[in-house]
Design a protein around this ligand. Structure first.
Ligand code: 13P
Length: 260
């Protein structure tokens, strides 16, 4: 059984104290669910203290980024090797990193490989901009982002990679258009098709695919009901304890309905 993955991307928000307060509130509201995995991605600074505070039956941690090399003279960077005992996952290739920090397809590929080398499961983000979408480039772009990022992995390693489809135009801070379930399904199918061609159907089937972009407590159930959508990557709404707890609760209800 694939557990639904609900990921909170706190981006560059919340210091140690604020993060700790949010976790306490989430802990009060979110029970441990057999069918749901809740992952928190705080800033790097907050990972260590949070790792001591969280109830591990309810929450897992993710980094938002790290460097491609394991150690060395790279002032200002943190490696996946340093994070390996702290996190289960790392977000890699988020559109904010691709756009603001000019991460190339190859940078993202090397980070995916570095994470896997260190036993950390990548949450690889892919997605097109509004302009690319208007120009009809979505399929090609997603294909390039997916195939390049996975190109140094074995099929067994690919199974544990999570891919999040985050259309840039749907992210709240980039415009926040509400994506239609049909648009999302088309791209999730495309991603599974790309992975099937490269690594085979069983690998593609095992992988978890998420949707991200203006996910709220109201919209989450509709997205999680999409066939082939295994979870959500949540930005702004994950900073609000009530919203995020409701998103997890919504995921539970969707799973319950699907099991019934
Ligand atoms: P929002 O949920 O704020 O649109 O952010 C999405 C995102 O970028 C999550 O990684």
């Amino acid at each position: 059984m694939k557990r639904t993955l609900i990921v909170a991307n706190w981006k560059m928000h919340l210091n140690t104290h604020e993060a700790s307060l949010l976790v306490k509130r989430l802990n009060d509201r979110i029970p441990a669910h057999r069918t749901i995995e809740v992952v928190l991605a705080p800033s790097l600074l907050v990972l260590q203290p949070l790792s001591l505070e969280i109830d591990r039956r309810k929450f897992r941690l993710a980094a938002q980024n790290a460097y491609t090399k394991d150690a060395g003279a790279f002032t200002g960077e943190v490696s996946f090797t340093m994070l390996r005992d702290l996190v289960h996952y790392s977000i890699i290739g988020h559109s904010e990193r691709r756009i603001y920090f000019k991460e190339s397809l190859e940078d993202v590929r090397d980070k995916v490989q570095a994470a896997v080398r260190n036993g950390i499961a990548p949450i690889l983000c892919v997605g097109e901009t509004k302009q690319e979408r208007a120009a009809g480039e979505t399929s090609r772009l997603i294909h390039d982002q997916v195939t390049t990022a996975l190109s140094n992995l074995t099929p067994e390693e690919v199974e544990n990679v999570v891919i999040a489809y985050e259309p840039v135009w749907a992210i709240s801070t980039f415009g926040g258009e509400i994506a239609k379930p049909t648009d999302i399904k088309r791209v999730l199918d495309l991603i599974r098709h790309n992975v099937t061609e490269l690594y085979g159907a069983s690998t593609a089937e095992q992988m978890r695919l998420l949707y991200g972009g203006s996910v709220t407590a109201d919209t989450a159930p509709g997205y999680l009901e999409i066939e082939g959508c295994d979870g959500a990557l949540v930005g702004s709404a994950s900073l609000n304890y009530q919203q995020f707890a409701d998103i997890v609760e919504g995921a539970y209800r969707v799973n319950h309905r699907q099991e019934a």
